[in-house]
Every structure is written in structure tokens, then in C-alpha cells.
Design a binder for this molecule. Structure first.
Ligand SMILES: *Cc1c(COP(=O)(O)O)cnc(C)c1O
Length: 450
């Protein structure tokens, strides 16, 4: 069969409030043209993020009822620990309330002034936690990642030559660990090949440095490896996942992505001494080692979600539905980052609205127009998000797809709406900032239309 269907039926529904363009126009003005300021009820299709916005399965909800809320040694913790150990092979499995808590604990221990942390692309919270420790975050993604039209299969890879020259430039002593983000969220949701992880591992071995994965989308990345990497097509996704983790010394994970839950995170480690330190910080700031800031029921949901995300019919549907959105937008003349990523489609706003210069925020203008026209909420990833420090390489609008949440007709509606806004693109107007905070401005900045 050619059509890949959603491999689930719907058991519980949540109504969407249908709004009018007049209502949305007013809501947008009140929000200062910042889509983070909107009430979610004023949104028809919410593609702001795929983080914690997915639907849980009947088995996960059953786990929620079975949750053991004992303070220490809860049954739910052991189920969580054993499931994660079986999938990842790590010796030390620490639950945290979300990915950034794992990052904060890791960099409190391994970061610090004078240190330099390489990554393909640091996600914004990862960068913030590296820098908060006093260390410097350096992005070493391959150059093809910066070309939206290049359809290379693994545009999330680290450039090994750049990694080697960083070691030469700053000295191995300054580098506490090497990190790889799979898939590369800030770089268009593009995957990293198994070969690239092996090549980075070899550099780490040469300099005796640990390799960490920022593994929020480990299953999506493994599925891309199976689909695209030579010699990997006959393997199970689970075995590829295991090999990815076997190559690493540790991982930080937000379970709000491939954990298929609404809240939760993990810090995975091999080294006993680092794990002992991490447990102390965990107890001080998150909670006891058998719950780490989560309820017992949350641990049940993560244990079940980590298993479900490896079902290959789920992953085939997941990757195909993102691709379906991307290919239809491309066919309609909208430039996206090619090829489509795993969890999101990124529109090239410079191509969409070439008459709006970066300092007038073309991505924000496109995102606001999509909301006004059809109630779709997307996320600007360009000069609003990153321009406070230095102008970014690209002006993007990210349409992130929540897991198991929207059907094909919702996506058809999004395609139609984006193409209509695109047809009327000459009428898009730039934006001017009227109010902004000193850091991470995208969350609270206010604009007016020019
Ligand atoms: C979401 C995300 C994080 C942070 O996780 P939170 O659960 O939001 O704290 C870190 N890295 C990447 C790549 C992410 O996508």
C-alpha cells in the first residue's frame, strides 16, 4: 500500500476552538505580535513545539494509574530504570524533570570557566547551561547544513576536520567532553549518521575524552540511519539505537520528545565517579535519585513511551507525515530546509519574504501572517531568537509536529494555509521591536508592524 496511515485509533478527543480572522487579529495585537504570548485556546493548530505536546497511549495512561508514589525505591522507578537500561545499556540512569535539568547537572560537574564544549549545534538550553557554567559552547556542524537546498542525507553531522582543529586550537585540556545532538534540532531536525558518531568517537578516544549524546530524538535519528545509511537498512531500529548509545559515555535526554510524554528527562552515565557526583546534585536540586523531580506515575509513562517510540510502524508514520508536509510545501513553491527533518519543517523566511530585511524580522512576519490567516502557531528561529548576540545564518520559521496529535487533514489544512499566505507574500510587512528583555528575548519581546 502506498498510503501510510496513522497506526492508531483515537480514544480521547480534545476540541479545537475555531476562531475568526477578526478574533485572531485582535489576539495578535494584544500579544504584541509574539506568539508565545497567545492563549493556547486562541490557536487552531499549534506547531510551536513538539516538546511535551504529544498524545499518550492507552498503555501509558494505564501506567499513570499504576504509578507507585513511594518516596524511595518505588516500583515505578525500577520499571523505568530497567526499561531504559535495556534500550540504552547505560549503567547509571538518573530521572530528571526535563532535559535542561540533566544539562544543568552535567555542566555543573563537567563545565566551568576556561572550558570549551563542541557540539554539532547546541540547542538553546544546552548552550545556556554550558555558558552558565562559565564554559564556551562551539558549534561544528558540517557546512552543507547551512544550504537549505542541499539534500545531503545527514546534515546533522559534526565536521570532523573542524573538531580536530578545535582540539588543536584550544588544547585537549580545555575540552571536558564532546557532544552530538541527535537529531540536530537547531539545524533543521537533520539526522547524524552512525559513521559520524563513530568518527567523533575515534577523535574522543585519541584525546581520551568522553562523548555525550543530546539524545532527545534518538529514535527518529535511528530511523533515518536505517532509511538512509549504507548497510543499515536491514537492521532493527532498536539495534541501531543501542549502537548509538554504546558509542557514547553518557546522554542527556528530554523525554518530552521521543519519550512520548508530557514531562520528564534523563541523565545517563557510565562513569561511576561522575554518576556519584551527579546523584548528589540531583538530590540537592531535583529530588531523590529514584524520582528526580517526577511523580512515580510519570516514570511509568516514560518507561512505556520509550518502548512505544521504537515501534517501526510508528516511526515510519512519524517521519513520513513530517515529510508529507515538507514535500507539499516545496511542491507549492515554498522553500524549506531540505530534505525534511524528523520532527519539524523549517520554512526559509528570506526566500518567503525577500522584501523584508533581517533587521525587520521576516520569520516573525511570516509566523504572524500564518496565525492571522489560519490560526496556526509556529516558531520563529532567526533574528528574533538569536539576533541579540549576532545575526544568524538563516531566517527560519519552524513548524514542529506534536507526536500522534494531528491527523492528515490537519496537516492538509496547514499546507493550504501556508500556500495561501505565500501567494499573498508581497503584502507581508516587517516588524519593529517595541520592548525586549536583555537575554532570551524571543519569549517576551513585543513588536509592532511596520
Ligand atoms: C528540548 C531539547 C532540550 C531541552 O529539553 P527540555 O525538556 O525542554 O528541557 C535539549 N536539547 C534538545 C536538542 C532539545 O530538543
Amino acid at each position: 500500500m502506498k498510503t501510510i496511515i496513522e497506526p492508531f485509533r483515537i480514544k480521547v478527543v480534545e476540541p479545537i476552538a475555531m476562531t475568526t480572522a477578526t478574533h485572531r487579529d485582535l489576539a495578535l495585537k494584544k500579544a504584541g505580535y509574539n506568539l508565545f504570548n497567545l492563549a493556547a485556546e486562541d490557536v487552531i493548530i499549534d506547531l510551536l513545539t513538539d516538546s511535551g505536546t504529544g498524545a499518550m497511549s492507552a498503555e501509558q495512561w494505564a501506567g499513570i494509574m499504576r504509578g507507585d508514589e513511594s518516596y524511595a525505591g518505588a516500583r515505578s522507578f525500577f520499571r523505568f530504570r530497567d526499561r531504559v537500561a535495556q534500550i540504552t545499556g547505560f549503567e547509571h540512569i538518573l530521572p530528571t524533570h526535563q532535559g535542561r535539568a540533566s544539562e544543568r547537572i552535567l555542566f555543573e560537574i563537567m563545565g566551568g570557566p576556561g572550558k570549551v564544549v563542541p557540539n554539532n549545534n547546541h540547542f538553546d538550553t544546552t548552550r545556556a547551561n554550558v555558558e552558565h557554567s562559565g564554559a564556551k559552547a562551539v558549534d561544528l556542524v558540517v557546512d552543507v547544513a547551512h544550504d537549505p537546498k542541499n539534500r545531503a542525507p545527514f546534515k546533522g553531522n559534526i565536521d570532523i576536520a573542524k573538531l580536530r582543529s578545535l582540539f588543536k586550537e584550544v588544547g585537549a585540556d580545555a575540552i571536558p567532553l564532546v557532544m552530538i545532538t541527535v537529531t540536530n534540532n537547531s539545524g533543521g531536525g537533520q539526522p547524524v549518521s552512525l559513521q559520524n558518531i563513530k568518527d567523533v568517537r575515534a577523535v574522543c578516544d585519541e584525546f581520551d575524552k568522553p562523548l555525550f549524546l543530546d539524545a532527545c530524538r534518538f529514535a527518529e535519528n535511528a530511523f533515518f540511519i536505517k532509511e538512509r545509511e549504507e548497510g543499515q537498512g536491514d537492521r532493527s531500529v532498536s539495534s541501531i539505537v543501542r549502537e548509538m548509545f554504546d558509542l557514547a559515555d553518557g546522554a542527556t535526554i528530554s523525554a518530552k520528545k521521543d519519550g512520548l510524554v508530557n514531562i520528564g528527562g534523563l541523565l545517563l552515565l557510565r562513569d561511576d565517579a561522575v554518576a556519584a557526583e551527579a546523584r548528589n546534585v540531583l538530590i540537592m536540586t531535583e529530588g531523590f535519585t529514584s524520582y528526580g523531580g517526577l511523580a512515580g506515575r510519570d516514570l511509568e509513562a516514560v518507561a512505556q513511551g520509550m518502548e512505544e517510540v521504537l515501534h517501526e510502524d510508528y516511526l515510519e508514520y512519524r517521519i513520513r507525515s513530517t515529510e508529507y508536509l515538507g514535500e507539499n510545501l516545496l511542491a507549492g513553491g515554498v522553500q524549506i530546509i531540505e530534505p525534511p527533518g524528523g520532527h519539524a519543517i523549517y520554512l526559509d523566511a528570506c526566500d518567503f519574504a525577500p522584501h523584508i530585511p533581517p533587521h525587520q524580522f521576516p520569520g516573525q512576519a511570516v509566523a504572524c501572517a500564518m496565525y492571522r490567516h489560519a490560526g496556526i502557531r509556529a516558531c520563529e528561529i532567526g533574528s528574533v531568537m538569536f539576533g541579540q548576540e549576532q545575526p544568524p545564518d538563516m531566517e527560519l520559521v519552524r513548524l514542529a509536529i506534536p507526536r500522534r496529535t494531528y491527523t492528515q487533514s490537519h496537516i492538509d489544512y496547514v499546507i493550504e494555509a501556508v500556500l495561501e499566505v505565500h501567494a499573498d507574500r508581497d503584502n507581508l510587512r516587517g516588524m519593529r521591536i517595541v520592548e525586549q528583555p536583555p537575554v532570551l528575548r524571543h519569549f517576551t519581546v513585543r513588536f509592532e508592524e511596520l
